[in-house]
Design a protein around this ligand. Sequence first.
Ligand SMILES: [Zn+2]
Length: 242
Amino acid sequence: MLETMNEYYDNYFKFNGKSKIIRIENNKLYFDKTIFYAESGGQESDLGLVKLNDVELNISNVQYEKENGLWKTAHYVETEEDLNQYFQVNDEINLVLNTDRRNNLSAYHTASHLLFIAAEKVRNGIQKSVIGCHIKEDSARFDFITDLKFTEDELNIIANHVNSMISNQLNIRTFLKNEATNERVWECDGFEIPCGGTHLTNTGFLEPLKVKRKGIGKGKERLICISSQDNIIHGELGAHIT
Ligand SMILES: [Zn+2]
């Protein structure tokens, strides 16, 4: 169960929000609800600001903390000072996201699912051998257990498949699949992937991607996707990503 309601589930493009402080612990703030994404599922956390009257402080990290079955969302505030001099429990504060970072993370998270689908096209069953993924502002990657290096041909097929899904401008839907377990699903072109991350709403908002491999130790392979352009979000279409 989540202590703090995640507002991004309903809207990935809500970049400002009011929240109420429910607890202050050292340099951490806890709210009744939040627009911030806490690091999970390989996706790095959002960054941004917490504001109250004249006070404006950076949120430098957001992490889940599990305690007796309850998931708490800790917002780390960048300050050497005692937070109690700025804030009190029940204060209504403003949260402001770093929007470029959120959009880039949503874009690379979306890209990672296309990479995951495309990898299965060339290696039947590879999806079951995933041992990790990392979604950053400038790339996304998956690590697999496999003795076989990805070949140039395979990488080309994967990239072509990813880029055809992008040029086909496919709609993306995310929804709560199971209320009891809070299982959320990403759905696109008939593929369903369990996921609670943030995403774009159409594959066409992505720039074409390059796909690379890297050996990361015996019996392990990494697939990395990065934009073929300066940005991951498509220049013209990107203005309409909401
Ligand atoms: Zn996802």
